[in-house]
Design a protein around this ligand. Structure first.
Ligand code: ZN
Length: 311
């Protein structure tokens, strides 16, 4: 042992040798085109691939950040019964639930917020797909009912961003009951004369597609989003036919009349603001003229002249 190994070597090691810490998430690989994208560019482009335009999945809070004006507020949601059936498959449902809560940092798969979009007051609910696949159990049902009630209370449009695998199987029939429940909740918004806009994000399937998610006044989707009820493979096996190219993708559904628009994420905010402006423009909902101002009753139309019908 000499001064070199005792003193000089460690010094040199700290100067040059120690591996510098490189954050693992500095680069992202686009799952569609496999190009590498610098994370700051991806963040700036709202998680849309800068090379091919592929829309990557984003979390609920991130989506609200991208869409709502700064300063939106998250709504505290009422507690829903956790694990009402004491369900267990390979693991206990309660364990899976706790794990998801710790990982995602929220109680269940939906975040409800109130805020504004370009100054238009809105209530928004966003699904978090990374929370048990955005599945809809009693907690999610409760969140949507709360969002609908709040929209009515605040006289604000309701916007729901969906991303869900469907009903939460661990809650059995209780999860299925959330389908009519959420339909009734969104009905409430419509009955109050308020716009209900659905933005279908990748993926929206099962019981969510089969309930409130298809009942928006305006149905929007993100490009490339997978939207359907059953999976393509199951359908293919059932009907024993090859399914067309792009089946269950947003663009295909737009072409076939299921959607009103497919809107890229960077344009979503402006589009929603424009739609709300149009739907809530006061002169567009002008009441019909009073009865005494209505002119003479319109005379019945004469039968159109045509070739004489032989007797
Ligand atoms: Zn790409």
């Amino acid at each position: 042992m000499n001064w070199i190994s005792e003193w000089a070597l460690p010094k040199i090691k700290t100067l040059f040798g120690a591996p510098r810490e490189v954050p693992e998430n500095l680069w992202h690989k686009c799952p569609a085109c496999e190009q590498m994208i610098f994370h700051r560019d991806l963040e700036r482009n709202l998680h849309v691939c800068t090379h091919c335009g592929h829309h990557m999945r984003v979390g609920a809070r991130q989506r609200l950040d991208y869409t709502l004006d700064e300063g939106w507020q998250r709504i505290e949601l009422p507690k829903a019964p956790q694990d009402p059936l004491r369900f267990r498959d390979q693991r206990r449902y309660v364990e899976r639930l706790r794990e998801a809560q710790a990982k995602v940092g929220q109680e269940d798969a939906v975040v409800v917020a109130h805020g504004a979009i370009e100054g238009n007051r809105v209530v928004a609910a966003a699904f978090e797909f990374s929370f048990l696949g955005g599945s809809m159990g009693a907690g999610v049902g409760e969140a949507l009912v709360t969002a609908a009630r709040l929209a009515v209370l605040q006289d604000a449009p309701l916007i729901v961003f969906t991303a869900s695998g469907g009903a939460r199987m661990q809650e059995g029939a209780i999860s299925l009951m959330q389908m009519p429940r959420t339909v009734i909740a969104t009905r409430m918004v419509k009955e109050a004369g308020l716009p209900f806009i659905v933005v279908l994000c990748d993926p929206t399937t099962g019981g969510v597609t089969a309930s409130f998610a298809m009942l928006g006044d305006i149905q929007i989707a993100e490009p490339g989003a997978m939207i359907g009820f059953a999976g393509a493979r199951v359908i293919e096996q059932t009907v024993r036919e090859k399914l067309p190219e792009g089946f269950q993708r947003a663009e295909y559904l737009l072409e076939h009349g299921i959607l009103d628009m497919v809107v890229p994420r960077p344009e979503m905010r402006a589009t929603l603001a424009r739609l709300i402006g149009l739907l809530r423009l006061p002169e567009r909902v002008a009441p019909p003229p009073p009865m005494d101002e209505v002119a003479e009753p319109v005379p019945a139309l004469a039968a159109p002249e045509g070739p004489a019908v032989p007797a």
